[in-house]
Design a protein around this ligand. Sequence first.
Ligand code: SF4
Length: 470
Amino acid sequence: MSMRDGCAVFGVYSRNPSEHVANLTYFALFALQHRGQESSGIAVSDGEAIEVYKDMGLVSQVFNESILERLHGFIAVGHNRYSTTGRSNLENAQPLIVKTHLGPIALAHNGNLINYESLRKQLETEGLSFQTSSDSEVIAKCFAVARGETLEEKLRNTVTPLSGAYSVVFCTKDKLIGMRDPLGIRPLCIGKLSKNGRQGWVISSESCALHTVGAEFVRHVEPGEAVIADENGIQSVRLFESKKTASCIFEYIYFLRPDSLANGESVYEARFRMGRSLAKEAPVEADGVMAIPDSSIPAAIGYSFESKLPFFEGLIKNRYIARTFIQPEERLRRMGVRLKFHPLRENLEGKKVVVVDDSIVRGHTTKAIVGLLKEAGAKEVHLRITSPPIRHPCNLGIDMATYEELIANNKTVEEICQYLGASSLHYLGLEGLVGASLNSHATTGEGKFCTACLTGKYPIPSEKGSTKSC
Ligand code: SF4
């Protein structure tokens, strides 16, 4: 898999003096590191002013005790960034601080505005200037100029012109606000600090971070909803009436941590079901089933459960490599894969193996992995992929590839299998994938997921030239 998500957002509101909101946010950003590894930042409000610290690098590289000690207050907003086409530099790191007539705000965004270019031009015509090249600043500026007597009205007027994916957490000097686009493309959930005398509210990209900070999962922010946490508790504001949703199906396949919930359901179980469906669709006579670690492990266990083939480890992953760097040259690319994965010869030699992976984008990494497994003695390598072929690029915040780069756009499944050097290749069908990703109460996947990169049916069409994202 060589696609990247575009950010993690987190916010906490607690008037309890024993809660150090910057420390809580630091731990949460650690738990959400998989969603972005280029820069990290925390902003804190003490009711008078907002202080921010951000820098390039992993959470552990950006913060230390003395930096966190300086960030005092009762509201914090945090962000991990992976830029897609927006420049990867400190200027674009978040949270962004923007002046508004309610005072400064600190804003963190996950998603991609489709109409970024035209909105920015329009705001510039109205006399606003921009400090960054990211679409997140457009959201912040829309809030800065939004009309309305009440905060609720201002929020509605902020999101009215926005088109695209946005899960946003921001704070004014005395309120924490979370909002999610009407299609609910990226995840966002609410947690509560209530055990052992704790008090406060948390808004997070993923529920795994709630566990880390000791908050209980309350619910997901609904598509088209905003939530406001302040001294009166938490309040919901309906921004849009959302009849149809388009949750990114790749959150289920790959981006979310398996111990997170996707729209209230276990991601681990969804992936397990994907593996079972794969085994039903494409059984194979083999000695065992292995995963390309880590995101494919639940699916490989599901395949093993359904097929009764033993699950085994065939690759050991070096977990200290933050990003697979995509090298233009074949030899260096292979070296990158060797750095990340080490084959277990003792488990592979002379074996016919089923290898479960989540997706194939360009095919380079998968080809190198098949090579590694064969080099370690695997007799047959049967690839089973938990997504249908990716034939279209993403316009909603995922750094994927262009039409020219996507292997499934240029080759048939048979040709891909041959190129990868695999013994067989099967992609999970769309129906199997959607069925596995549905929550237990749903009867149909119709109008629930974005599957645009698989089907070409975009929930929102692109605006030409608008590609800035976080
Ligand atoms: S196009 Fe693909 S990666 Fe992008 S939001 Fe839709 S499902 Fe997710």
